[in-house]
Design a protein around this ligand. Sequence first.
Ligand code: GRF
Length: 234
Amino acid sequence: MPQLTDPRQRPRLALLISGRGSNMRAIAEAVLASGLPIEISGVISSRPEAEGLAHARALGLPTQTIDAASFSCREDFDAALAAALRAQAPTLIALAGFMRILTPGFVTEFAGRLINIHPSLLPAYRGLNTHARAIADGARLHGASVHAVTPGLDEGPVLAQAEVPVLPQDTPETLSQRVLAVEHPLYVQSVMAVLAGRQRLVDGAWQSFPPHPGFESVGFSARLTASDLGLDAP
Ligand code: GRF
């Protein structure tokens, strides 16, 4: 994953959203509160009406919309997104509720710099409607995964996961709320660990390294439970 050529250089984080933006907000607030030398290069939305844009602006972050609806094909949208990201020169690009499937050309250009959060314990339930599918299957455990983005949908190497129980009375809505509560700390610690250099993708596998100087305070755990996070079900 991102190799900072000069560890004294500030790592730069780009955040991609399409909607509510609660993961983006959790990450941005944690970065701003951390005092660590991390630059948020920008928040890019694929939808002009994304609620997350207002939250990003309220945090003083640079925002940009690349309206997917105004492009006639996936390749043209991805070309515009790639140009915007090149201008930001991010060390890491975190997809946070970014509801777009990226073309292989885009993923190749930014290979090793793209991570995503997905609301399931991958490899279970790739794709959409993960909470309803977990309930329909009678799953006892569910959760969220942070993974590297590769051309296959939700198939990239998993960096970290957080699990929650599925309760007998759960609806997709109650289960999604329980998962979202662990998504935020899971994604925050994952983004921080990559920016700190503690976790890097080497030959398609995540490996641990000593953090960059100045980032020693950044911790990391590949598997978290709701109780590790002080969140008790329901
Ligand atoms: C989250 O559940 C995330 O796992 C999924 O989309 C949702 C985005 O929520 N990829 P938010 O926009 O971060 O609030």
